[in-house]
Write a protein that binds this ligand. Structure first.
Ligand code: COA
Ligand code: AMP
Length: 243
């Protein structure tokens, strides 16, 4: 199969990223589709790479959605959900504070995720401005998944975002991430999530509207960190169906 990855920049800032794992025959069509994805850019890079082995995950994490009247209540719920999978309250709190102020030590967003030691709360990602990115993950049949999500009442304007984030979170759990806390750095998008083997729990609003700060915290065991990072970055994974 082929890994196709697109990233776009505007005035030196990353503004859009997307990827696909596809058969060679649909390369032209997929490249055209990815070219249309960013609204505006002054630089766009598409990488096309052959992939030898692809691992199949039969089912994505189960989706749940919860709405709250304010960020405070939504974050309290996120902490509860993290505790249910064994993340100590003080570590959940630390992750919330990190994403709230911006997890990049130089201020603002990172280019990937924080890896947080589930025992000590220490940050384990080798480069704390970059973080670790989960890549080489896609749906086996995107069209079918889109239709299924529309049928479940997901609004069309949120489809791409939900599909990308659910695929990413499903791969993370497969690789051994115990739990993930995320909200977007897009100032217009306030729905974040807690993901773990209990499911993909969408929570709104995890941040205030208009705030361009977000990120991801992966709670991980420090043993076997090398294999975990290798899996997140390099293992090619296709997800077959929704749960
Ligand atoms: N955020 C910020 N900068 C990014 C980035 C991201 N998500 N992805 C790439 N870049 C920039 C960085 O400057 C990076 O350099 P670095 O490695 O020093 O950070 C540079 O582009 C090259 O990145 P590379 O890892 O070679 O890109 P890639 O070709 O493997 O593509 C993407 C990675 C763009 C496909 C991936 O980041 C992505 O966006 N995935 C799909 C969408 C997704 O799942 N998003 C999650 C939210 S729903
Ligand atoms: P987004 O949901 O696209 O707004 O991304 C929110 C944050 O997640 C970004 O600020 C990055 O820190 C991080 N991020 C983006 N892409 C990835 C990825 N592929 N893997 C892990 N973290 C990512």
């Amino acid at each position: 199969m082929i890994s196709v990855r697109m990233r776009a920049e505007l005035k030196g800032l990353h503004v859009s990223g997307a990827e696909r794992l596809i058969e060679e025959g649909s390369l032209k069509q997929v490249v055209q589709e990815l070219l249309r994805r960013p609204k505006a850019y002054d630089k766009l890079v598409i990488t096309v790479e052959k992939v030898e082995k692809v691992f199949l995950i039969p089912k994505a994490l189960t989706i749940y959605s919860y709405d709250f009247k304010c960020v405070e209540d939504a974050r309290a719920f996120a902490l509860e959900k993290l505790e249910e999978v064994g993340i100590k309250r003080e570590l959940g709190q630390k992750a919330l504070e990190l994403l709230d102020k911006g997890p990049n030590p130089r201020g603002g967003n990172m280019r990937g995720a924080v890896l947080m030691d589930v025992q000590t709360g220490e940050r384990l990602e080798p480069d704390k401005e970059r973080g670790i990115r989960t890549v080489r993950v896609d749906w086996k049949d995107r069209k079918a998944i889109k239709q299924a999500l529309l049928k479940r009442g997901i609004k069309r304007k949120y489809l791409n975002r939900l599909m990308d984030a659910l695929a990413l979170a499903t791969k993370n759990v497969h690789c051994g991430v115990l739990a993930e806390l995320c909200w977007s750095d897009d100032e217009d998008y306030t729905t974040g999530y807690v993901a773990s083997n209990l499911g993909y729990i969408r929570i709104n609003p995890l941040k205030e509207l208009g705030k361009p700060i977000g990120g991801r915290v992966y709670f991980v065991k420090r043993e076997d960190l090398e294999n975990l990072i290798e899996c997140l970055e390099s293992k090619a994974v296709l997800i077959e169906a929704l749960t």
